[in-house]
Design a protein around this ligand. Structure first.
Ligand code: HEC
Length: 105
């Protein structure tokens, strides 16, 4: 049974937005622009794609691929399933910022 607000979560909560470093804030803004229409970041549940809450706190992505920078960068660049390839939309630098932000979730 769940007693505390965080008691139901299997992973620790994300770093609060107010505590993000300037670099992580850039990543948050890039996430909102490029990913936020399809993915929740700070709550569970699917939008168009799976929530990315705690994505690096679990060993595997929903597909079963390992949850690491290389796999997520590849997913962003080349897409997978119903997720479009974003190689022409998001720069390598923006992807690095987004990955930095995803690590705070
Ligand atoms: C147009 C909607 C859309 C956008 C924009 C989008 N995604 Fe996705 N994403 C999806 C869908 C749908 C899936 C599920 C794909 C599947 O496995 O069939 C997905 C899956 C994923 C996965 C899980 C991959 C796996 O191996 O299970 C990650 C990580 C991810 N997206 C990250 C991102 C990030 C980061 C961004 C922004 C740079 C982004 N996505 C932008 C729709 C989107």
């Amino acid at each position: 049974m769940c007693i505390t607000l965080t008691g139901c979560r299997s992973t620790p909560p994300p770093k609060p937005l107010a505590e993000l470093t300037p670099a992580e804030q850039v990543g948050h803004a890039d996430f909102v622009t490029n990913c936020g229409t399809c993915h929740y970041d700070r709550e569970t549940g699917s939008l168009h794609g799976p929530s990315l809450l705690g994505v690096y706190k679990k060993p595997y992505l929903p597909s079963g691929a390992p949850a690491n920078d290389e796999r997520i960068r590849n997913t962003i660049l080349h897409g997978r399933g119903n997720m479009p390839a974003l190689a022409g939309t998001v720069s390598d630098e923006q992807i690095s910022s987004i990955l930095l932000y995803l690590h705070t979730l």
